[in-house]
Design a protein around this ligand. Structure first.
Ligand code: HEM
Length: 424
């Protein structure tokens, strides 16, 4: 990866994050095997996959347990008093600094969610549908429609960034700047390494990216404040918002926005890759969805259940708890295996089958409880617009028989790296 802060390359930053979080082994098979033995794993279950967790360098430093059952994962994620996230500030968050919503607990988290939530509710988000749809069609798919072949992931990497940064309130006159910001956001995530051979360089890159992104966002924040802090976008709302009885200062708004960026772009890219892979590889599915677009939301929901991007979530116990006769002490790490809970046969019939007609039940691809993804309606809207536009503009879409088929892989972050397609 290029380390010069203003020339960081988005594609290589994305591949570097994919490599780091891909790890080793088949996580679905490992979860199935572990669960056949017991509903709880005593020890660091994640360790075998050689991927970093949100705990960063603290991973492995204290008693650790893993849970696989739907009801157990739900119980942990919904109870943010007993299972806290503050440790993330010293783990993954150590690379960010400032206000990090993912790493907040209790009253502080409640206040921050209340402040952010209105910008992300369906009634606000749905107003963006026309704008999102127009960008996807005019800026991306129409220009490539004549090519008759592509790696769909070039589009998949670019469009969520283009959409998200505009919705957050960055100026729209320099889309190239978004790619730069997104490259830095990915370099921040890539700073969290388990491989000591890569750790130093990755941390150095993360440090450069953190600073570069700070400066770029601060410039926008200062300008927006000088212009009167207007606008319904996220930066506008944050500039006008009260937090703990006072307005946020420029530093807080900047670090806040910076902490959102890694959550907003590549998660949508990876989910897009799984949605499209499953659409193109499940016999008969594309024809059905093409004919009945009402199935698009079901396609997305089932893909998020079947192949969640983030395969697990870690929490710390704030008090002693018990699962399946095992006492978990205060201060332990609990690894919630989302990827296993989403395929728990007590809740999902034939859980290893991708079936968009299944009865809707909560699954955890967007998390659950107080920290549940705040951007889920944006992500679903973007994904829905993308699938519909692809079906409209790329007739006869099919996998390219001369190229390797897409493979959904990764122990921590799942997705397909390439989707080579042809159309008529
Ligand atoms: C398909 C795309 C996405 C997926 C799969 C996804 C997944 C998740 C998950 C699993 C969590 C829960 C984290 C936890 O419990 O510790 C989360 C939280 C979060 N997501 Fe997303 N996300 C996506 C898109 C977005 C977008 C577009 C945004 C827009 C800003 C966003 C912003 C956030 C934020 C701020 C949080 C932290 C919420 C909190 O801690 O209260 N995400 N996301």
């Amino acid at each position: 990866m290029n380390t010069a802060s203003d020339t960081i390359d988005l594609e290589s930053a994305y591949s570097a994050v994919s490599d780091t979080y891909k790890g080793k082994g088949d996580i679905h098979a490992a979860c199935r095997l572990a669960r056949e033995r017991s509903s709880i794993f005593i020890g660091d279950f994640i360790r075998q996959f050689a991927v970093p967790t949100n705990a960063g360098m603290q991973q492995g430093s204290r008693p650790t347990f893993a849970l696989f059952r739907h009801k157990d994962v739900m119980a942990v994620l919904r109870d943010a008093e007993a299972y806290t996230s503050g440790f993330i500030a010293e783990g993954l968050g150590a690379f960010f600094g400032g206000l990090i919503v993912l790493a907040m607990d209790g009253e502080q988290h409640r206040q921050v969610r209340a402040l952010l939530q209105p910008a992300f509710m369906p009634e606000t988000v749905n107003k963006w549908r026309g704008q999102i749809d127009a960008v996807i069609r005019k800026d991306f798919l129409e220009p490539m429609a004549g090519d008759k072949k592509a790696d769909l992931m070039a589009f998949g990497l670019a469009f969520p960034i283009r959409e998200m940064y505009a919705l957050m309130g960055f100026p729209t006159d320099d889309p190239q700047a978004y790619r730069r910001y997104a490259g830095w956001a990915l370099a921040m995530v890539g700073g969290n390494q388990v491989d000591p051979a890569k750790a130093d360089e990755a941390r150095r890159n993360a440090g450069i990216a953190v600073k570069a992104l700070y400066d770029a966002i601060m410039e926008v924040v200062v300008r927006r404040r000088a212009e009167g802090s207007l606008g319904d976008d996220l930066i506008g709302r944050l500039l006008r918002a009260e937090h703990q009885g006072r307005m946020l200062d420029d530093h807080e708004v900047t670090t806040f926005v910076r902490s959102l960026l890694p959550a907003a772009g590549e998660t949508t890219t990876r989910t897009f890759s799984s949605v499209m892979t499953l659409l193109l590889t499940t016999p008969g599915l594309q024809d059905r969805v093409r004919a009945d677009r009402g199935l698009v939301p079901k396609l997305i929901d089932e893909a998020v259940r079947f192949e969640p991007v983030a395969t697990f979530k870690v929490r710390e116990t704030a008090r002693e708890v018990e699962f399946h006769g095992v006492t978990i002490p205060k201060g332990a790490f609990v690894q919630c295996m989302v990827v296993a809970a989403n395929r728990d046969e007590d809740v999902f019939e034939n859980p290893d089958v991708f079936d968009i007609d299944r009865k809707p039940r909560p699954s955890f691809g967007f998390g659950f409880g107080p920290h549940m993804c705040i951007g889920q309606f944006v992500a679903k809207l973007e994904l829905g617009c993308a699938v519909n536009a692809i079906l409209d503009l790329l007739p006869g879409l099919r996998l390219d028989p001369d190229m390797p088929p897409p493979v959904i892989e990764g122990a921590q972050l799942r997705g397909a790296a390439h989707i080579h397609v042809l159309w008529d």
